[in-house]
Design a protein around this ligand. Structure first.
Ligand code: FAD
Length: 509
């Protein structure tokens, strides 16, 4: 890992001429922003409160195991390629990105499975095996998904939505594509089998949205996966983080760890730099916050400088669910378990209602099980497997005392895993760690411990979401999951891409 910045390099940065940009946070959105600003003539300083980069994509290493803390499903690799080329390299020089096929396996509560393949013929056969009457509907769904992808991703993914008129312009498209429907309603128009309805609608959960509430625009993800593949970076997603840090350093710029920003300094309505928790003040021409957007406005930008994003507005917003993530390593391998498996419980809509609306911790689960050693055995000692299992749970408004609940919840998950995926695995566990919504709050400074920031409802998307160019403070910009277009690796990389349109080139400042 390039997590420890060489001292000589940092020293060499002092005195480099040019406009200075501060990036708060080294999540994937922050790193991408730093690379883009570096390519546009800025001297960039990334300030990260943790001891290493990545944010949700941080890497935990323990007992010989490597655990990517968060994202592992890499879609839209062209967005990464763009960053590498901006820094004068090609992605393949640094990252060995492997396409996965099947993308993932879904195991339904009745014990039946569906493997989602890149290959169209194989996928059609898999749908026919599960529900012969739904093959035509599935094909029609994929065609519609391609149409939504063209508008929602290719045309609008990197539009800043800074003005309401941008929103008005796209309304006819939204109406034509029936974006007022939920993803689940959209999928249900095409297929009858409830298991297929799940398989075609669950994707918004990867970006913090309830498929029964988010707009059917998220139906584009099925097309994104098929068109550009689902990939895994050999060595783990941490390699991508490491590679991005390498690009920033190549550009002659700097990342400082253990550097928590306590305040964005604002004079006459414009950002002039930051104050660190240590008391140090750093001046800059612009500030880009990749810290949680709600946290940025509520805790870093003084309230007198905020008109639109008042504490009240932030508190009234809806937030995505939290996540309970259990990372563990086993002293044996489980070759029958795919790289990505979704294990469904008995309930779908009702479980999501408990999590998103009623904010209660249910007794049943739907789980996502990650086994990266299926693709890259080097992530665990020889003969061992690395895993994480993730369970969507309510965010902190539920009032769950995670310090008291963690063990019981982990045991309940273990029981399900034991029954449906990893018989007897608990005896073989040799290393383990857990992240709860409380950790998302305390470690990543995530408002309400939400895993994906603002819930991606229509009323909290595009123009309605906090803008990439702050509406409140001149010279303050936002990237990451809480701003437009939203969470997920492609989303936060696109948020950084939007900076190219809203931040003036350093030479023009
Ligand atoms: C468990 C999990 C699995 C996921 N899986 C996938 C997946 O497979 N595919 C996918 O596309 N997406 C996935 N996602 C979503 C994706 O990981 C996130 O949306 C994305 O990584 C968020 O990036 P970000 O730019 O918003 O920054 P974040 O990752 O949120 O990072 C923000 C950074 O800012 C730092 N920071 C905060 N406050 C301050 C401060 N005051 N001063 C200094 N630094 C500060 C934090 O320490 C952190 O490093 C997953 C998310 C999680 C949690």
């Amino acid at each position: 890992m390039l997590t420890t910045a060489p001292v000589q390099r940092q020293a060499a940065r002092v005195g480099k001429p040019g406009r200075h940009a501060i990036v708060i946070g080294s999540g994937l959105g922050g790193l991408a922003a730093a690379i883009r600003l570096g390519a546009r003539g800025y001297r960039v300083t990334v300030l990260e409160r943790l001891d290493g980069p990545g944010g949700r994509a941080y890497v935990f290493r323990q007992d010989g195991f490597t655990f990517d803390a968060g994202p592992t499903i890499i879609t839209a690799p062209f967005l990464l390629e763009e960053l590498w080329s901006l820094a004068g390299r090609s992605l393949s020089q640094d990252i060995d990105l492997r396409p996965l096929d099947p993308f993932y396996r879904i195991r339904f509560h009745d014990g039946e499975t569906l493997d989602c393949y890149a290959d169209e013929e194989e996928m059609r056969a898999e749908v026919a095996r599960l529900s012969p009457g739904d093959v035509d509907g599935f094909e029609a769904f994929m065609e519609k998904s391609a149409e939504i992808y063209r508008v929602g991703f290719e045309e609008l993914g990197a539009v800043p939505f800074a003005n309401f008129s941008d929103m008005v312009k796209v309304l006819p498209d939204f109406v034509r594509l029936a974006s007022y429907k939920s993803v689940y309603a959209f999928a249900s128009r095409y297929v009858r089998d409830p298991r297929l309805r799940f398989a075609l609608s669950f994707h918004p959960l990867f970006v913090g949205g309830n498929p029964f509430k988010v707009t059917s625009i998220y139906g584009l993800i099925a097309c994104l996966e098929r068109r550009h593949g689902v990939h895994f970076a050999m060595g783990g997603t941490g390699r991508i983080v490491e590679g991005m840090v390498g690009l920033i350093k190549r550009q002659g710029n700097e990342i400082r760890y253990n550097a928590e920003v306590a305040e964005v300094l604002v004079e006459n309505g414009a950002a002039t730099g930051v104050r660190l928790a240590s008391g140090e003040r750093i001046k800059s021409d612009i500030v880009v916050s990749n810290a949680d957007t709600a946290w940025t406005y509520r805790n870093l930008v003084p309230s007198h400088a905020r008109k639109r994003w008042s504490d009240k507005k932030i508190d009234r917003a809806s937030y995505s669910m939290g996540l309970f993530v259990w990372y563990f390593g086993t002293a044996r391998r489980y070759p029958d378990v795919k790289h990505h498996t979704i294990l469904l419980g008995p309930r779908y809509k009702e479980l999501l209602g408990d999590i998103f609306d009623r904010h209660t911790l249910a007794d049943d689960f739907s789980l996502y099980l990650h086994r990266p050693t299926a693709t890259d055995p080097s992530l665990a000692p020889e003969g061992c497997d690395a895993f994480y299992v993730l369970s969507p749970v309510p965010h902190l408004d539920a009032g769950i005392d995670w310090s008291a609940q963690t063990n019981a919840y982990r045991e309940a998950i273990a029981k399900v895993l034991d029954a449906v995926a990893l018989p007897g695995f608990q005896e073989h566990i040799v290393t383990s760690r857990i992240m709860t919504p409380q950790d998302f709050h305390d470690r990543l400074l995530s408002h309400k411990g939400a895993a994906f920031s603002f819930e991606p409802l229509f009323t909290q998307s595009a123009w309605f979401r906090p803008h990439n160019k702050s509406e409140d403070v001149e010279g303050l910009y936002l990237v990451g999951a809480g701003t437009h277009p939203g969470a997920g690796v492609p989303g936060v990389l696109c948020s950084a891409k939007i900076l190219d349109q809203v931040v003036p080139h350093a030479a023009l400042l």
